[in-house]
Design a protein around this ligand. Structure first.
Ligand code: ADP
Length: 744
């Protein structure tokens, strides 16, 4: 079998021109795991363009769907077709979004209906909500009312557009009653408002910062791509704190100014970053952009969804799923921290948002900008081979120096029994404390201890029906599985041998390091930050306290690595620099480099110089040497060489097929049937079946295949040919992961 034509080549023409209007029969795609659209009849007199939202009977229910492209089968008698119940008033999906849905479905090998589901996730955006009462400044009442600071604050807030009582009260910092009182006195006028008010337009006339020469040069190069109005992908490659954000905000301004209907999307990897980021953009454009992430309230999601769909939300800042918002005229995507693993979605439709963003731009012919201080090897190779452009920012803004990084050899200067911080690390924190500066102790492990072991019989505490370790969370006195979410109170006795008080915590997590820090520095203000810090608000409070200098020592996992700017942080101590290096993942060294370079990059971002110490038992590891010597490019070149030799990404393509099910024998038989069906193909190897490293998860066994193909091969077509005819029993789930990032 020969397979050619990689789907990475975006040459197939996208759908173009105005969508055709269909009368009579149409195809409808539903947001359900369906590979194809179904034929329907439009109600008499109704018309609906391709992309229109409709409600139509499907099975026992009426379901929202979208009029899809393709010719309905005229051979089917009309009497056999069902009639669409309602054509919704929501603006139809744009032709390039429909094309993107199709492309994503082909690329990821998931049903088009499942991809559409991501677009329609905010289903209530289709139903126009009832209007609300809003308040706006009325004419000054006669006789004049008694003015209080509370009333004045409300009147000041009411000068802008009409808003609900709650919104005005929140801005003025008063109760809703003050607003209603002013309305009764005639100082505020009641008007009907849309509960999803439009977002303020970005003010493009507002000047940005004066850019440095380097920044100016980079911004101009990018602006040229925007003016060319065609597809390019440009990497802004700049050290942490060099002003990448300021530079790409110039590109945002250019894209929005060029076309009054243009929309721009900025993707960011971490929800905790959204709020400060929105504020920062608001400072630049005088208006907060429209936010999109999983922690928004459903009303806020509906507002963003509807305003993106009607084209009035011109600038959106969101997590990876924002890529599937119903943009009318998307003209630029920026992927900040493009190397970040959070862009890979592992549940439902499995996709990588950075790669999909580039594909979206390529097919709809608009520019895409990637920004990173530690770009992924994929992107670096794309730059080297001329597919992407690059602009570089080599110095920190305002002459802030890069931190000085050194290793601590844990064999030469051990931490001591039951301790995790070595003497050099302790000395550095002491120095910071006496200078009134902040320290960050970084350990990418949540909880108190990653392993709980019985000292009597050696039993390891695992999640039920899973091969995953239970992590002690001492604060809650529970054992928690980070893979399945299972948790239980920490038992007194070992469940295997019944020995009482034999269960011992092994190894450190952030809570344990905090325990040691509190012992060593009882006077210091110490806080822990990890994804266990419940809620965006609690996280924000800690980040604000750190920013404001109200914390001396922050002990944190990777949630702190990205984007934050703490002016008084001068020391970063990495408790276990070896943590990410084991495990046989092909990107282990690359990820370690990215993470440690990001986290050490938090130190000394302003006038005071920063330094970092990395505790390690592997002083010879090339990745650590590269960090110490600031030899990123040399490290990437060595990585590239070894990947090329092995034919691994980006020099080859990978896909994983995962089979899982509760019945091991049936699963084995299914795996063997897959093995037997592998078609011979030049340039493609299939490894497996092999038990997954986490073999049992939530009561299911898991078996993996890994497909490795040459770069120019259509790996999807191979997989389709291979597994298309292999029967899978209902109790077994088969998932295809194109370009896998996790091998567990
Ligand atoms: P990066 O995105 O590369 O990490 P940022 O864009 O966050 O860097 O810039 C780092 C800090 O320097 C920010 O506080 C930013 O506002 C400031 N900064 C960057 N460029 C300028 C400039 N030209 N004028 C004023 N402040 C700047």
């Amino acid at each position: 079998m020969t397979v050619s034509k990689s789907p990475e080549d975006f040459s197939q023409p996208p759908l173009d021109g105005p969508p055709s209007r269909s009368v009579g029969r149409v195809k409808v795609l539903f947001p359900l795991p369906l590979f194809k659209a179904y034929d329907y009849i439009l109600p008499p007199g109704a018309t609906a363009p391709v992309g229109a939202f409709v409600k139509a009977p499907f099975g026992p229910r009426a379901v929202f769907g979208v009029v899809w492209h393709g010719e309905p089968d005229e051979g089917v008698p009309a009497a056999k077709l069902k009639t669409i119940a309602e054509v919704m008033a929501a603006p139809p999906l744009s032709a390039d979004l429909i094309d993107f849905i199709d492309w994503t479905a082909r690329y990821t090998m998931f049903p088009a209906g499942s991809v559409l589901r991501m677009v329609m996730r905010s289903g209530d955006g289709l139903v126009v909500p009832a209007s609300q009462t809003g308040y706006v400044l009325g004419s000054p009442p006669e006789p004049p009312i008694r003015m209080t600071p509370q009333r004045q604050a409300v009147l000041d807030a009411a000068r802008a557009e009409p808003r609900a009582a709650s919104a005005l009260a929140a801005e003025a910092g008063v109760s809703d009653a003050v607003v209603r009182g002013l309305s009764n006195l005639g100082a505020l006028t009641r008007v009907e408002i849309d509960p999803d008010p439009p977002f303020l337009e970005p003010d493009l006339a507002r000047p940005g910062y004066d850019l440095s020469d380097d920044q100016q040069f980079a911004a101009e190069q990018i602006r040229r791509h925007i003016d060319d109005n065609k597809h390019t992908t440009t990497l802004i490659d700049g050290v942490t704190g060099s002003g990448k954000t300021e530079v790409y905000l110039e590109a945002v301004a250019a894209a929005l100014a060029r076309d009054p209907a243009a929309q721009v999307l900025i993707l960011i990897p971490e929800i905790a970053l959204t709020l400060p980021f929105l504020k920062r953009v608001a400072k630049r454009f005088g208006a907060e952009p429209s936010p999109w992430h999983s922690e928004l309230t459903s009303a806020a999601r509906r507002r963003t969804w509807r305003r993106v769909a009607d084209g009035s939300a011109r600038l959106v800042v969101g997590a990876r799923s924002a890529l599937f918002l119903p943009f009318q005229k998307l003209k630029l995507i920026i992927v900040d921290e493009e190397h970040d693993g959070a862009y890979k979605q592992g549940d439902g439709v499995i996709y990588h948002a950075r790669d999909l963003a580039v594909a979206r731009g390529a097919r709809a012919r608009f520019p895409v900008i990637l920004a990173s201080a530690t770009p992924s090897l994929e992107t670096v190779v794309n730059v080297d081979e001329g597919r992407y452009d690059a602009v570089g920012l080599t110095a920190r803004f305002a002459d802030a120096a890069m931190p000085d990084i050194a290793l601590v050899d844990m064999r030469a200067t051990p931490a001591g029994p039951g301790r995790w911080l070595s003497p050099p690390l302790v000395a550095a924190v002491n120095e910071g404390l006496s200078a009134g500066e902040q320290s960050l102790l970084f350990l990418n492990r949540r909880g108190y201890a990653p392993l709980t072991l019985c000292r009597r019989c050696g039993h390891k505490m695992t999640a039920p029906n899973s091969d995953t370790m239970l992590v002690e969370h001492r604060f809650e006195n529970r054992l928690v599985c980070h893979h399945t979410g299972f948790s239980m109170p920490k038992p007194k006795a070992c469940p295997a041998c019944n020995a009482v008080d034999g269960l011992a915590p092994c190894g450190p997590g952030v809570e344990r390091v905090a325990e040691e820090a509190r012992e060593r520095w009882p006077e210091a203000r110490i806080a822990i930050l990890s994804s266990d810090t419940v809620g965006a608000r609690a996280m924000r409070e800690i980040l604000d306290a750190m920013h404001g200098g109200d914390i001396d020592i922050l002990i944190a996992t990777q949630v702190v690595a990205k984007g934050h700017h703490f002016p008084n942080l001068t020391f970063v101590g990495v408790v276990d620099a070896d943590l990410g290096l084991s495990g046989g993942d092909l990107r282990a060294a690359e990820r370690t480099y990215q993470l440690l370079s990001q986290v050490t990059g938090r130190a000394g971002r302003e006038a005071k110089p920063g330094r970092a110490l990395l505790q390690t038992y592997q002083t010879k590891a090339p990745v650590l040497a590269a960090l110490v010597n600031g030899e990123r490019d040399g490290f990437l070149a060595a990585e590239a060489t070894s990947r090329r030799e092995l034919g691994f990404p980006p020099y080859g393509r990978l896909a994983a097929i995962i089979l899982r099910g509760p019945d091991e024998r049936a699963l084995q038989a299914c795996a063997q049937a897959h093995r037997a069906a592998i078609p011979p193909a030049d340039g493609i190897e299939v490894w497996g079946p092999a038990p997954a490293p986490i073999y049992r998860l939530r009561g299911e066994a898991r078996i993996r295949f890994l497909v490795k193909a040459r770069r120019n091969m259509d790996i999807q077509r191979f997989i389709k040919t291979w597994i298309g005819d292999v029967k899978v029993k209902a109790a077994i789930r088969r998932v295809v992961d194109i370009d896998p990032y996790s091998f567990l």
